[in-house]
Design a protein around this ligand. Structure first.
Ligand SMILES: C[S@@+](CC[C@H](N)C(=O)[O-])C[C@H]1O[C@@H](n2cnc3c(N)ncnc32)[C@H](O)[C@@H]1O
Length: 267
């Protein structure tokens, strides 16, 4: 099984499980409405530690989850079990997605292009198509490459010449539920505008009573996509009637949206 260059393991996975439930809350009701309105069963691709999946299960919806990281999946399962839920979860990179059933809705939140190559991303779209029911819907969101000014500057040759950014330590620590404190520091290592790929490195630290207990360095590759490219890829992999909306807001996407959502029908 081919993995993915993603940093969602070990201390980074722990950080996600501890702190990321509060991240971008408006995304949860957005996808939920598609599932509730005739969109079951659904698959949460790259479900992470269940930020979306667990509220959907609590609402009684038939939703499975998959993720490349066994650490994220284990933490998702722990969290679900604590709430009396027993989700069906798969550890699979999205380009090797192979669940035993088909879905009316497949959604990918904050993860398309992560850890994979462009060829694998096309393969992922083919897998989504294959695992949707004939009238199924695919929802994918993207942070557009020009959303983050610091990253966007690195597309320029003079800026890129300064990469990799220097390594660093977390600026602050956050208290975790087991009495430890966690901190992260992220830096850009490389950006290739030709292949539209960026590599970040995360330095994670865990402290307890003023003593450094553990530290880890992990890499994340991200394939950067513009709207028109993903539209072409969706068309190429068998999707039609694609609409592109703004930041999980039901409105047509505009140039000012940092996140855009693709809603595509299986043809
Ligand atoms: C930013 S988190 C998003 C998690 C969740 N969708 C959410 O919105 O809270 C990205 C997730 O994608 C997973 N991931 C990264 N690359 C992947 C890949 N190629 N295939 C499947 N999962 C991947 C990571 O393990 C991580 O759990």
């Amino acid at each position: 099984m081919g993995g993915a260059v993603t940093w969602h393991y070990g201390l980074v996975a722990k950080w996600w499980a501890e702190f990321n439930d509060e991240f971008r809350p408006h995304e949860i009701p957005f996808f939920q409405r598609y599932i509730e309105h005739g969109g079951e069963p659904a698959l949460d691709v790259a479900c992470g530690t269940g930020r979306l999946l667990i509220p959907y299960l609590r609402a009684g919806l038939d939703v499975d989850g998959s993720d490349v990281s066994a650490d994220m999946v284990a933490l998702c399962r722990e969290k679900a079990t604590r709430q009396g839920l027993s989700p069906t979860l798969f550890v699979q990179p999205m380009h090797e997605l192979d669940p035993p059933r088909r879905y009316k809705t497949i959604f990918v939140c904050g993860a398309f292009g992560l850890g994979s190559t462009r060829e694998q991303d096309v393969q992922s779209l083919r897998r989504f198509h294959e695992h949707l029911e004939p009238d199924g819907t695919l929802l994918i969101d993207l942070e557009v490459p020009y959303a983050d000014g610091e990253l966007w500057r690195q597309w320029l040759k003079d800026e890129r010449a300064r990469l990799p950014e220097p390594s660093g330590r977390p600026r602050s620590l956050r208290p975790a539920s087991d009495g430890s404190e966690l901190g992260l520091h992220t830096r850009i290592v490389e950006l290739d505008p030709l292949t539209q790929r960026v590599t970040y490195e995360m330095h994670a630290e865990q402290w307890r009573n003023g003593v450094l207990e553990a530290e880890e360095d992990r890499l994340l590759n991200i394939g950067l996509y513009f709207r028109n490219e993903l539209l072409l890829l969706l068309e190429q992999t068998g999707f039609g009637d694609v609409i592109v909306q703004g930041d999980h807001n039901d409105a047509e996407a505009t140039r000012d949206d940092d996140f855009i959502v693709f809603i595509a029908q299986k043809r």
